[in-house]
Design a protein around this ligand. Sequence first.
Ligand SMILES: [Zn+2]
Length: 101
Amino acid sequence: MRTATPQPGGFLLQFIHFSGRSANLRDMDQTLELANFRGNDEPCLVEAALACRACLSSDVEWSLLVDDFEGQVECRCRSCDYRRMVSLTSEQTLRLSLQPA
Ligand SMILES: [Zn+2]
């Protein structure tokens, strides 16, 4: 189901580097990103993992969508309104369910 490039992180960074247009950034929403925090990380690290990819603001509003096995979190930047979906492992889903939004 996931059609990630071999190095999704590098791809996203390059994409932002070469394109500052928000229209293009919104197209990235089709690429599901995997969150990069651990279940026992500090709240600030979890926030950093969900920070806006477009303007790097950590002022992000998010809502958790829990599946049977894992989850996703929908993030919306309060600064630039950039939205994206981030895929979560079951551990990360549990972690976010305990994190105040
Ligand atoms: Zn932003």
